[in-house]
Design a protein around this ligand. Sequence first.
Ligand code: SF4
Length: 291
Amino acid sequence: MADLALRLPDNVPGDFFVDSTCIDCDACRQIAPETFSEDGDYSVVYHQPQSQEETRRALMALVACPTASIGTREHHDAHVGIDAFPLPIADNVYFCGFTAESSFGAWSYLIVRPSDEGGNVLIDSPRFATQLVKRIEAMGGVRTMFLTHRDDIADHARFAEKFRCERIMHADDGAARFGVERILHGSGAVEIDRDLIAIPVPGHTRGHTVLLYQKKFLFSGDHLAWSPKRNTLIAFRSACWYSWPEQIKSMERLLDYDFEWVLPGHGRIHHDSRDEMHRHLEHCVDWMKTR
Ligand code: SF4
């Protein structure tokens, strides 16, 4: 729980506040943009929740925060925030909330499918929080855990132990060292099952891989995200740990695939038509070549 003694001075007066342990991961601003805003290297409360729905969203942000940096002066039923996760995004795809500090608040996702269609897939690792684990268990558990890259694996080992799921990760990001059960090699795309394609996209890290589901949802890790400021798709030049030229080539190869959703670890989610998404991706490649 956040510490009132560490309350940032730029929070507006009132119930909700952010303290100085905030790592500026952006999760609260995405979940409750009517309450939280950016303020230098932190988030702050710029508008206290007024309605029941605004309070619910602020409590969801409190639960999702990786560093427990959001607090309240008044008592609230924590389950209002807790029970919102996993949060439906579209079709059978959910956002897990409960981000982990070790992944710098990266977002993880759950695909819910019947057993005979391949079972549930957890993409990257949320925090291993009892409340979330119980909810995922009630939704059918986890058959497969897909790890896009080494930065966002958080509590993968605990999820693997709990659900006895098969983890999938690329060899070039240390999959063997992490004890991953199914290790991907090389630069070619791999059909995991009839609806899932793993696409290696070296750049951000050497072994970064994205996951395409039903040619509709692209789980893009830290390779690709939406920028509301630029109003298009972007990559993170300042957070490219392996090779920017390789990341540009990987981005060009993604042009061969159709998708409507970009679901990143960091950065914003975006939904658009396949044609518009393709156009944004072309812009992204052109822009990357100027960086
Ligand atoms: S979710 Fe927590 S760590 Fe992330 S920006 Fe908000 S207050 Fe800071």
